[in-house]
Ligand binder design. Sequence first.
Ligand code: AMP
Ligand code: GLY
Length: 426
Amino acid sequence: MKVLVVGSGGREHALAWKIAKSPRVKKLFCAPGNAGTMSIAENIAISDSDIQSLADFAAREPIDLTVVGPELPLTLGIVDEFEKKGLRIFGPTKKAAELEGSKIFAKQFMERHKIPTARFKIAESPEKAQSILKSGEFSVPVVIKADGLAAGKGVIICPSLEEAEKTIQSIMVAKQFGDAGNRVLIEECLQGKEVSFIVISDGARVLPLVTTMDYKAIYNGDRGPNTGGMGAISPSPFLTKKMFAEVVNTIVLPTITRMREEGRKYKGALYVGLMLTEDGPKVLEYNGRFGDPETQPQMLRLESDLVEILLSAIEEDVLVHEVQWSSKASACVILASGGYPGSYEKGKVIKGLEQALENPDITIFHAGTRFENGQFLTNGGRVLGVCSSERKLAEAMENIYHAVSGIFFEGMQYRRDIGTKREEEE
Ligand code: AMP
Ligand code: GLY
């Protein structure tokens, strides 16, 4: 088979790494890929949002299976476009991807179907937003969300009413996130532990992946602004077996069933961001894709053939019982550019990669990297994901931090508390 992975992050490198191990795969492409995917696949210089060129490439090759990593091409309708051309592709259609593409659609969907989530109000104008805030209906901290995709930055937790009013001003009036700020959600702030619950669905049934959680804040101790994720571990120490079943039965399966009933059959990866509150698990958000960095530790633990799994989901008979996972604990620590999640410079030379990889217990997934004149250079905010899998999480963390100590690029920043702090809180 010829397989194409769309995207260029750590998630896509991890997916490509696992796909490349499948005996069914004869040729692997990544579009556009990064300096890591280069060594296991042929990188194709097509942007992940250039759906037309991707579909033309896939038809020409022809590609037997396309796997989409990021949300943008999905919400732009890449799956519909490929299916129109008779090309096999893994991911939700445009209508199904709206669960991620529009937070308001997602909230109204949950409200319609009594899927547990934070209490919310929608505001279509800054005046309406200010009046909701003034009404006292939501106590502080209060959460404000831009409706559309805002590169993971459109969610602001406001500690005071003043902050909330300023946030409305910058999202809805100054249009900080462009048109994504035409409408906002004002939401109750949920308290509890956060986990990422990720499944592969065939439109009716689901295969839950091993449990995982990421570390969203930029600094140690969950301080500082949110990022796409500075690290992840699997399993998540917080999701008990009982809770797992509750999430599948009260959240995941109803979501898949109701989407189908609404004419938006959901096939692909579904990522449910959950807050484990005192009143049970509640949905923070849906993503129509695998997590990044969560996919990195998850792929390290997957023993079955990922290609077989993805094909079974597309054929609407997802493998539910046969999939094998390692019982080990795995983790990923992200090395990011100085300044991320704000502005940062690119093109810094990365040193020490080869030595780090001399340890067979270390896997490094590339994200924002490129290869030029025999050197690896930084090319994005999140640069590398250093991963390991061991019988005990602490051992994996030891491997990872030892490897990290030998890697360097100017401005490099990373969290030193991945895999430890939150467990110790318990
Ligand atoms: P979202 O993009 O909706 O997942 O939001 C990004 C992050 O903001 C989540 O991962 C949570 O950490 C936080 N968040 C979102 N909604 C809420 C909420 N209602 N209460 C508390 N935290 C939230
Ligand atoms: N790690 C968060 C996400 O993939 O959305």
